[in-house]
Design a protein around this ligand. Structure first.
Ligand code: MGD
Ligand code: MGD
Ligand code: MO
Length: 746
């Protein structure tokens, strides 16, 4: 066990109380940075980075710095609300928690009695730390239908990566930026990666899934050279040795061409390949179909650049891939993920210092899995929505989002009657084919939304709205960073109004629905029980601040990856399966390949005349988390309107000037955003922001806070998930852009 020395978590400073904590949600956030919360007269005054927290070392993003504006915002939900008018009318009545819980429990139990617990679905979005509790909540009610994790369509955020890695090497890997070690860069075994490929990712804006962006900057300062693959010139692209301005959705072809160069020029790690991989010869044969010359035409990347990048990556020891959500957000995403995993495997960068390291998680899985088995009867999992549709989804125990919407609309094979929506702004952000999703949720008999603010989702669907606490208003356990490190979130202030933490809400309502499954008297007792596998109590963890699990490199050599403790990887063959027996069993191609996006200048040339531009969406901004923060003055000021980025040459052709309002239109829908001319985007590509609604506009129907005006997901249709059930083309779509007449502006 590696923990910090005991240090205070609360002290007095300059007439204020300082509370050491970890930033989690709400509001939305993907990782957890150490924070110092300063409180005066019971009010949060300011937030600073905690220099003593080894993973963030005092750094913070603009959203944490604006936290007081979130907490004390006049629009915060403060009390449980019951709908009194029609759905969407915006007429609410304040009720007590007791009445809210009773109404929900009665209604859920009534549905359970009439249709079975599976007729209640449980939905959540990304990154919030409520997932384990919500999982327990759904299971203890008996429903196998916990949906979400951000994008409903194709589960196109991180899950495809998790599943691909589980299939290929039976584990989960992240880029090694010394985050596994409390002493970080000073750890004797850690090595600075000589080369970092940043692939479809902008870590300095997003700090996504297991990585804080400043780790990349730290590595750059220590000598790492970057290869960046992005259709837009991002901060990291501007600082790269090689920036490949790829055509959206062609990443699999690029990875295969890089493999082609590495294999044909004998730049791979022969010893690792021989001893630890399965199916190299088949892969070698497959990559012959992807010579750089051909792939240059597919990807729009010059052939020499592909070759140079492949050589630079393969000859740098060590080298690492840091990949982003752009890779999950194409239709046949598993292909690219498979090929990239093969890249770091054949070059011997698997689980080595400064490579892609295999990690585990510390606290929840054991507790949650036990809980799940105790409370979710076997026969219930066969009722999971979409079961049998996609073998790989079944293998991974996932719900295909499109099957969920289909079932909500058709009642086949059984009706969905109610939704528990905790921390997702579904149709404003997390789903494609917005109108269809909207219709599906509208059909349900009873919906509960737990959120910080009245969102378009809550306004449109909710019968009961419950107010959630922000992280300084509650205790919690933080586990992020894609690494076995945990710490406590420490309450610094009393919640405003009657807000409660998500965990409290799940526990209190869980007790009413199934008391046996929730034996704990309060949240603290629940946390202690969940921390048992990690061997610490909440109070001990709080006093230390953080706790790292053990970490070793090259675990496959030491028998640390397989349940039988034999050397090797936790796969059917015991090797990294370049040729995947799991994918094969699931009826999928066992080798990576490239498929054109469903709409592209190549696959649908007939529509290019009318819709000539490739639309990529949703590249994150530093100031918003998805659809959140639009009501926060200091953040909104930095990005007041929805922005579509267009190359100046193209803009000129289209008669569009900087900051003009324009329509972006696909074959399926349109919305309006404001043009920003940018040299950094390819002239054949435009990029539109996602998640836009306008808290300042009227809430009641039909406006729903203007959610139909600039919502880019109106342009994205259903029916386009990949063959595996994973993947959706959120970032590859054909569109046209044109200027709006003056009268239609704003
Ligand atoms: N076009 C396009 N669409 C996309 C994407 C894209 O790139 N392009 N990206 C997709 C991805 S990767 C994802 S993950 C999804 C994300 O989609 P969602 O996860 O649905 O994200 P949000 O819309 O921000 O919804 C989060 C809601 O939860 C509330 N909230 C925040 N923290 C808490 C909390 O701790 N407790 C509770 N109870 N509520 C909280 C917020 O106020 C907000 O209303 O969007 C997807 N949508
Ligand atoms: N500030 C902030 N941080 C966030 C979030 C947020 O909303 N706000 N959301 C969180 C969530 S849920 C997620 S999933 C992560 C995502 O974080 P990232 O993985 O960084 O995702 P994006 O910003 O969507 O896209 C990264 C880059 O991919 C590029 N790109 C677009 N299409 C393609 C393509 O076809 N191929 C390639 N190679 N590149 C492409 C875009 O231009 C963009 O620069 O961020 C998390 N962190
Ligand atoms: Mo995501």
């Amino acid at each position: 066990m590696t923990s910090a020395k005991k240090r205070p978590w609360k002290w007095e400073e300059d007439g204020m109380i300082a509370v050491r904590s970890i930033a989690r949600t709400g509001p939305g956030c993907h990782e957890g940075c150490g924070v110092l919360l300063y409180v005066k007269d019971g009010k949060l005054i300011k937030v600073e980075g905690d220099p003593g927290f080894p993973l963030s070392r005092g750094r913070l993003c603009p959203r944490c710095l604006a936290l007081t504006e979130v907490i004390y915002h006049p629009d915060r939900l403060k009390y449980p609300l019951k709908r009194v008018g029609e759905r969407g009318e915006g007429k609410w009545e304040q009720i007590s928690w007791e009445e809210a819980y009773k109404t929900i429990a009665d209604k859920f139990n009534e549905i359970k009695g009439a249709y079975g617990p599976e007729s209640v679905i449980f939905c959540t979005g990304t990154g919030r730390d409520i997932r384990p509790y919500l999982d327990m909540f759904a299971c203890s009610f008996g429903s196998p239908n916990l949906a979400g994790f951000g994008p409903l369509h194709g589960n196109a955020c991180y899950f495809p990566k998790i599943v691909t890695m589980a299939a290929l090497f039976g584990g989960f890997a992240v880029a090694d930026c010394a985050q596994a070690h409390p002493e970080r860069y000073e750890h004797p075994e850690w090595k600075v990666p000589k080369c970092i490929i940043i692939w479809g990712n902008e870590p300095t804006a997003t700090s996504p899934d297991g990585l804080l962006g400043h780790w990349i900057v730290d590595c750059m300062r220590k000598g790492s050279k970057l290869i960046v693959i992005d259709p837009r010139r991002t901060w990291v692209a501007a600082h790269a040795e090689i920036w490949m301005q790829i055509r959206p959705g062609t990443d699999a072809a690029l990875a295969l061409a890089m493999l082609n160069v590495i294999i044909n020029e004998n730049l791979y790690d022969e010893a690792f390949v021989q001893k630890w991989t399965y199916g190299f010869d088949e892969l070698k044969k497959r990559v012959r179909e992807y010579p750089p010359e051909k792939v240059a035409k597919i990807t729009w990347i010059p052939e020499e650049q592909i070759i140079a990048a492949a050589k630079m990556y393969a000859t740098s020891k060590s080298a690492v891939v840091q990949w982003g959500v752009a890779l999950d957000q194409s239709k046949e995403c598993i292909n690219a993920l498979h090929a990239i995993t093969a890249l770091w495997s054949v070059t011997g960068n698997m689980d080595v210092p400064g490579g892609n390291i295999i990690t585990g998680q510390l606290f929840s899985p054991a507790a949650i899995v036990t809980q799940r088995h105790e409370t979710a009867p076997e026969e219930q999992s066969s009722k999971r929505i979409g079961v049998g549709k996609y073998p790989l989804m079944d293998w991974a125990n996932q719900i295909p989002g499109e099957a969920l919407i289909d079932q909500m609309l058709t009642d086949i094979p059984y009706p969905v009657k109610a939704a528990w929506i905790q921390a997702t702004n579904t149709f404003a952000c997390g789903t494609a084919d917005v109108r269809r999703t909207y219709e599906a949720f509208k059909r349900l008999d009873f919906n509960v939304v737990v959120d910080l603010f009245m969102t378009p989702t809550a306004m449109a669907f909710a019968d009961i709205v419950l107010p959630a606490a922000t992280y300084p208003e509650r205790d919690g356990i933080s586990q992020g960073w894609g690494i076995a490190c945990i710490g406590t979130i420490n309450k610094a202030i009393e919640p405003i109004g009657e807000c409660k933490s998500d965990m409290e809400i799940n526990l209190e309502l869980g007790k009413r629905l199934n008391p046996e499954a929730w034996p704990w008297k309060d949240v603290r007792e629940m946390f202690n029980s969940m921390l048992e596998p990690a061997g610490v109590t909440f109070a001990e963890l709080r006093d230390k601040g953080y706790h790292f699990g053990p970490f070793e490199y090259r675990k496959h050599e030491k028998g640390l990856l397989r349940p039988d403790r034999e050397p090797g990887f936790n796969t059917p063959t015991g090797k990294v399966e370049l040729y995947s027996t799991v994918l094969e069993k699931c009826g999928l191609d066992p080798l990576p390949s490239f498929e054109e996006p469903p709409e592209s200048p190549v696959s649908t040339p007939e529509i290019v005349k009318e819709y000539p531009l490739i639309l990529t969406t949703g590249a994150r901004t530093r100031v918003f988390f998805h659809s959140e923060h639009r009501q926060i003055p200091s953040l909104r000021k930095m990005n007041p309107d929805p922005i579509v980025e267009i190359n100046p040459e193209m803009a000129e052709k289209l008669g569009i000037k900087d900051v003009d309002w324009v329509y972006i239109e696909s074959r399926y829908g349109k919305c309006k955003q404001r043009a920003r001319l940018s040299e950094g985007i390819h002239s054949g590509v435009v990029h539109a922001q996602h998640g836009w609604w306008f808290p300042e506009k009227p809430g009641p129907e039909p406006s729903l806070f203007g959610v139909w005006e600039s919502n880019i997901n109106l342009l994205l249709p259903s029916g386009w998930t990949g063959k595996s059930g994973f993947g959706y083309p959120f970032k590859t779509q054909m569109c046209r852009v044109y200027k709006i007449g003056e009268s239609q502006n704003g």
